[in-house]
Design a protein around this ligand. Structure first.
Ligand code: BG6
Length: 317
């Protein structure tokens, strides 16, 4: 085969097996960026840049079977974010096996040209209908674009005869060099619900968000753009979202990390979850209606200027 010249390299989407024998799909971009999606959970489990550096955190202790999501990548929380009532924490979509959707309905505004595109679908089983009695079709499109930007678009359609209501999150685990060197911009001065204080509502004070202890906050009605600045790595992640008003920021820190069986004791230093979500105002779909939620991830070098994310400017842009 030899080494393909740049011009001959193409976008590709290939089926593969992981080390546990699970089905996964690998998306490649001509300049070397890639993404990997497990059918278990419909979960993105790797996203690499052109230099083959992993951008998503994956725990060395991740367990690749139910009842929890694989600990890392981008688990999907549906039909519930968090825990409430009899439904399991963060819903069941993250530990079901999804199918490849070979014939997805058109998705206006999402190009399949000059991109690696994967379409997945999840429908409830008889067992699922016993725990959440609502018929739905959940279509997930994962797109790797030139330069390596990763976009996830979820379309959830009510195929039932009565309305249903859900909450949702893309539970993205970003890989960071050292959590104490990380700053999040775009949620300062916003209201949040604090999961560590009985979901009480507070207002974030002061400047950009930094980390020195456990954090588990649901920021409400955030700008569409949030940045995660990793000073040590000289890398900034930019998260853009649409249809997902809220953003959850989570790091378990030392004590909680030790209590999690699928998470290394020190791994909290190397991850941060920033989750595009719809939590405060649950979404209700009437029969036949469809909801769409989009998340786009990209990286920029650390020359990225602080202040560019002034919420009023972001909202105008
Ligand atoms: C976060 C929640 O999104 O997910 C936290 O805000 C929770 O409260 C965390 O601990 C991990 O949840 P799980 O179910 O994947 O262990």
């Amino acid at each position: 085969m030899g080494h393909l010249a740049m011009s001959e390299q193409k976008f590709s989407v290939e089926m593969a097996k992981d080390a546990h024998g699970l089905d996964k799909v690998v998306l490649n971009e001509p300049r070397g960026a890639s993404a990997q999606v497990h059918l278990f959970g419909g979960q993105v489990t790797s996203w690499k840049n052109e230099r083959k550096e992993e951008l998503l955190f994956m725990s060395s202790k991740a367990i690749f079977k139910p009842p929890k999501a694989i600990r890392g990548g981008i688990p999907i929380c549906f039909p519930q974010f968090g825990s409430c009532g009899s439904l399991e924490q963060h819903g069941f979509a993250r530990n079901r096996v999804w199918s490849i959707d070979n014939n997805p309905p058109p998705l206006p505004g999402s190009s399949v040209e000059n991109r690696a595109v994967l379409d997945l679908i999840l429908k409830p089983t008889e067992e699922d209908l016993k725990i959440w009695p609502h018929s739905f079709e959940f279509r997930l499109r994962v797109t790797l674009a030139p330069g390596g930007d990763l976009t996830l678009i979820s379309r959830i359609r009510n195929t039932d005869t009565k309305p249903f209501t859900f909450t949702f999150a893309y539970h993205t685990y970003f890989s960071v060099s050292d959590i104490s060197e990380v700053r999040v911009e775009g949620v300062e001065t916003l209201d949040y619900l604090d999961n560590l204080h009985d979901k009480q509502r507070f207002t974030e004070q002061g400047d950009a968000i930094t980390f020195e202890s456990e954090v588990d906050k649901i920021y409400l009605s955030t700008p569409t753009k949030i940045a995660i600045l990793d000073h040590e790595k000289k890398r900034t992640y930019v998260l853009r979202k649409d249809g997902l008003p809220d953003a959850v920021v989570w790091n378990p820190w030392e004590r909680k990390a030790k209590s999690m069986t699928d998470f290394g004791d020190d791994e909290y230093k190397h991850m941060l979850c920033v989750e595009a979500a719809a939590v405060e105002k649950p979404i209700t779909l009437k029969p036949g209606e469809e909801w769409k939620g989009r998340q786009e991830l990209s990286t920029v070098p650390s020359s990225y200027c602080s202040g560019q994310l002034d919420p009023s400017r972001v909202l105008q842009g």
